[in-house]
Design a protein. Structure first.
Length: 84
């Protein structure tokens, strides 16, 4: 069976490239979930989204992306409040 098309979990380096500077324990929590880079990017994009800040929740994340978002909400509260 060809497994080259199976999405691989994101690495710590990929998570940092997407999310930015975060504590090692945050990266470890995300790694424990086993999300793909795309799922980490979805969570990070959603965290920074104007639509989300305005509480227009026409679209919500599910699965691993939602779990990553929950971790990022705690780890990066400044982004949620419109900060950097």
């Amino acid at each position: 069976m060809n497994q080259t098309n199976v999405p691989q979990p994101a690495t710590a380096s990929e998570i940092r490239d997407i999310v930015g500077r975060v504590e090692d324990d945050v990266v470890a929590q995300i790694l424990d979930i086993g999300p793909t880079s795309a799922e980490v990017l979805d969570a990070c994009t959603w965290l920074r989204s104007d639509e989300r800040r305005q509480q227009r929740l026409d679209h919500e994340l599910h699965g691993r992306a939602a779990r990553v978002l929950a971790i990022l909400e705690v780890a990066l509260p400044d982004i949620e409040d419109g900060g950097p």
